[in-house]
Design a protein around this ligand. Structure first.
Ligand code: CUA
Length: 276
């Protein structure tokens, strides 16, 4: 079969347009981050500041890689466009594969090592002495918080006694004296500048406890008691949201974290103890 030696030469226009589009996308993305179009709320713990630093560092590293690789792609799209030449097969380059896999591994490991403190401090460190314990129970689609009361001890829970309509959403056993002074409330109130230990539980499915200002996000898992720690340093009200898709009412599942002064905290405990 005789082929025409001279084939139609590819046009530069589509390659140029694609390269231009890629460059514009890179510029728009860099602008969205550099101009802080979506700023996070200010952090309210010292760990949240570490988390922010880690986030910035990761963003800079990933941002440089993103810009270089996308501009490289735009260049390649234009430079190696169809000019009517024969395509040729390549098996790749083992040396380059090894280099960029190792570099990627090194970058991710370094980021993980640098960021381990920010991540582990709120989870794996032993609770600070004198930390206030609050139990957090998630259920479709509410948060319930329990304070141990004056005796400092949580009362026994019995799943068979769980009955939200009769005012016992946690299934507190009325026969356990340790549970008589337990305080059960729908919102979390803590004193400012005091270490808090939350004990996360779930009654049905996996939910989540997320407060943006704490930069703290933790799943609550049925059958597990997951501790998390924080010390809030600013008085205010902050939203607690569930970030696990947990059912039809997921979007309505939220509560509030009230960080109050020591004296307001004492009066909160007194008021609630009287109301239980
Ligand atoms: Cu609970 Cu989403």
């Amino acid at each position: 079969m005789i082929r025409s030696r001279k084939q139609a030469r590819g046009s530069a226009a589509p390659a140029f347009l694609l390269a231009l589009l890629l460059t514009l996308l890179v510029l728009a993305t860099v602008y969205a981050f550099a101009a802080h179009l979506f700023p996070p709320p200010p952090p309210i713990t010292s760990i949240a500041i570490l988390v922010d630093r880690q986030y910035d560092l990761t963003l800079y590293v990933a941002g440089v890689v993103f810009v270089l690789s996308q501009l490289g792609l735009a260049y390649a799209v234009f430079r190696f466009r169809d000019r009517g030449q024969r395509a040729h097969f390549t098996r790749g380059n083992v040396a380059m594969e090894v280099v960029w896999t190792s570099v990627t591994l090194l970058v991710f490991l370094s980021l993980a090592i640098v960021g381990r403190k920010a991540w582990a401090e709120g989870r794996y460190m032993p609770p600070a002495p004198g930390a206030i314990q609050v139990e957090v129970t998630t259920t479709q689609f509410v948060y319930t918080f329990r304070y141990p009361g004056a005796d400092g001890k949580f009362g026994r829970l019995d799943p068979a006694m769980i009955s939200a309509p009769t005012g016992n959403p946690l299934g507190l056993d009325p026969n356990d004296p340790a549970g008589r002074d337990d305080i059960v409330v729908p919102a979390l109130t803590v004193p400012v500048d005091r270490p808090i230990e939350l004990l996360l539980r779930s009654q049905d499915v996996v939910h989540n406890f997320f407060v943006r200002e704490l930069r703290l996000q933790q799943d609550s898992v049925p059958g597990m008691m997951v501790p998390v720690y924080f010390t809030a340093n600013r008085i205010g009200q902050y939203e607690i949201v569930c970030t696990q898709l947990c059912g039809l009412g997921h979007n309505t599942m939220h509560s509030f974290l009230n960080v109050v002064s020591e004296s307001d905290y004492e009066s909160f405990l007194k008021r609630q103890a009287a109301a239980q």
